[in-house]
Design a protein around this ligand. Structure first.
Ligand SMILES: COc1ccc(Cn2ccc3ccc(-c4cc(N)[nH]n4)cc32)cc1
Length: 239
């Protein structure tokens, strides 16, 4: 997979070269390009923003600069991702969709966002996703890009040491992850649940599912409601 990021703060994307993602890049599983939006400006001040039509607080990012940048970085096979508070929710299902793409380009806005015509124009040539990573407002798109890239990259074959992790992690079956434990057996007078030390994997699997279902019920009841009709068996419903 090829990933390109356009931003006025390239240094914000340094984590893409560290740790797990850095290893994936070193092994050629992902190739990453980070581009400074100001490279497409032509004025001495390298202006990327201007006042909003209709008035209002803050500034809006100029369409011309973004248009030239995306003309250079994108092809018609690109899926363009534009983080925004007004986007559709970024979920594990969206991460799985993006993991199948050959070329992702991320447009990192700042100020009050990017002139809407940039997305409208790009949509004429390529698939464009305006995505929100949560119902809170960041200062720009860079942090959202790090979140999306990490969630997508971990789904790529060979990136995670243990492929079962991605297949079995939270949301893979629509439920939240249950509690995890490791040594010691008792820590600060808190024991590991006996069932996990029983060696009875049928009971362990059942206990883990019960814990996941209970936690999801308590913390994210809407996820339980969204499960397919046949997802819950008689035992589950009795919880
Ligand atoms: C119109 O109101 C505003 C619009 C944008 C901003 C700041 N900002 C500028 C670009 C940008 C890109 C993504 C995000 C973002 C994404 C999520 N889930 N939260 N925040 C925020 C962003 C402030 C206010």
């Amino acid at each position: 997979m090829r990933i390109d990021v356009v931003t006025i703060f390239p240094e914000y994307l340094a984590p893409l070269r560290a740790a797990l993602l850095g290893k994936a890049v070193d092994r050629g599983l992902i190739s990453v390009g980070v581009h400074d939006l100001r490279d497409w400006t032509h004025d001495v001040h390298k202006a990327v923003d201007d006042s909003p039509y209709g008035g209002g607080p803050g500034m809006v990012m100029k369409p011309q600069v973004w248009g030239d940048a995306l003309d250079t970085v994108c092809t018609d096979r690109t899926r363009l991702v534009v983080p925004t508070p007004a986007g559709r929710p970024f979920t594990q299902a969206v991460a799985r969709e993006l993991a199948d793409e050959e070329h992702l380009v991320f447009a990192c806005g700042r100020y009050e966002g990017i002139d809407q015509r940039v997305v409208d124009d790009a949509s004429r040539r390529m698939r464009v996703d305006e995505l929100s990573i949560g119902d809170y407002v960041l200062v720009g798109g860079e942090v959202a890009v790090l979140v999306v890239v990490e969630a997508v990259a971990r789904l790529l074959p060979g990136v995670l040491g243990n492929p079962r992790s991605a297949a079995e992690d939270s949301f893979s079956d629509g439920l939240l992850e249950g509690p995890s434990y490791t040594r010691p057996e008792v820590w600060r007078e808190l024991p590991v649940p006996d069932v996990l030390r029983s060696g009875n994997h049928r009971l362990i699997d059942r206990w883990r599912r019960d814990q996941a279902l209970r936690r999801t019920w308590e913390r994210r009841p809407e996820l339980v409601d969204a499960l397919p009709e046949d997802a819950l068996d008689k035992h589950d419903r009795a919880l």
